[in-house]
Design a protein around this ligand. Structure first.
Ligand code: NDP
Length: 250
């Protein structure tokens, strides 16, 4: 039997790069997209026994590019995708009253529309093939209002509802759709946010540390696996408990 095909968006850095490697090591052939014009951070070759890896430039917010990316990946593999992980995302920091319209548009088109376009392209192929799994990468912002992240929070809240709608519509085709909502995960991007990201987040995280990309990848693999065969429309926080902590006045 040939290896399953996983598609990962935004797979050249951070959590996406870890997903590509982890899924490859788990035996998937992996096709990932990266933002056109950006330097490609080459992923390592697959580990022994790992699946093949293909990186293609594709802006997740451009329908034509997304459709071409999925067609090229299916052509490369010779079969429809078994798994799509919508990981690509951007974040801007600004108070609502000062947020420029262009930055709102960029965040919504990348995070939310990008998710929609990739779901549509992958699910059409999965439907013909008889099923598949989709995992959207959300955030604690799916349910909580984070300071100075109004556009990002709106996009991730949208992903929460998109996950449910897609699960309901695509379930009859054997396609499951779930969401992994990471907490504070150490990546090159988040380490720019504070001088010592671990020391910032560990004290307020019940499990006592910041997260790692592989904490996220392992739960994505759970949602993709037969162990989650009757699970769809769900969001699972992978956050060490930090977003379960209530604000408390005394
Ligand atoms: P990164 O910035 O490293 O990863 C995001 C990836 O998406 C980058 O490779 C980026 O490319 C790519 N991307 C951005 N815009 C586009 C586009 N238009 N088309 C294609 N690719 C694009 O950050 P993280 O790894 O930290 O985040 C990954 C995901 O996890 C995001 O969805 C983020 O919101 C989510 N998340 C992360 C958390 C964390 O603590 N790290 C917490 C909660 C959620 P480029 O490098 O060119 O910008």
């Amino acid at each position: 039997m040939s290896s399953p095909l996983a598609i990962v968006t935004g797979g050249s850095t951070g959590i996406g790069q870890c997903l590509v490697q982890s899924l490859s090591e788990a035996g998937y052939a992996v096709a990932f997209s990266y933002r056109p014009g950006e330097p490609l951070v080459a992923s390592s070759p697959p580990a022994a026994g790992g699946g093949r890896i293909l990186g293609l430039a594709c802006d997740v917010g451009e329908k034509g590019q997304v459709d071409d990316f999925h067609a090229a990946a299916a052509d490369w593999h010779g079969a429809a995708p078994d798994l799509l992980v919508n990981n690509a995302g951007v974040q801007t920091w600004s108070p609502l009253l000062e947020l420029p319209e262009a930055r709102w548009d960029e965040v919504i088109r990348t995070n939310l529309k990008g998710c929609f376009l990739n779901i549509q392209a992958a699910a059409r192929l999965m439907k013909t093939a008889g099923g598949g799994a989709i995992v959207n990468i959300g955030s604690g912002c799916n349910k909580l209002a984070f300071p100075n992240l109004v556009d990002y929070t709106a996009s991730k809240g949208g992903i929460e509802q998109l996950t449910k709608s897609a699960a309901v519509e695509l379930g009859p085709y054997g396609i499951r759709v779930n969401c992994v909502a990471p907490g504070a995960i150490i990546t090159a991007r988040t380490e720019l946010e504070s001088p010592d990201y671990e020391a910032t987040w560990a004290p307020i995280t019940p499990l006592g540390r910041a997260g790692r990309p592989d904490d996220v990848a392992d739960v994505v693999k759970f949602f993709a696996s037969p162990a989650a065969r009757f699970v769809t429309g769900q969001t699972l926080w992978v956050d060490g408990g930090v977003f379960s902590r209530a604000a408390w006045p005394y």
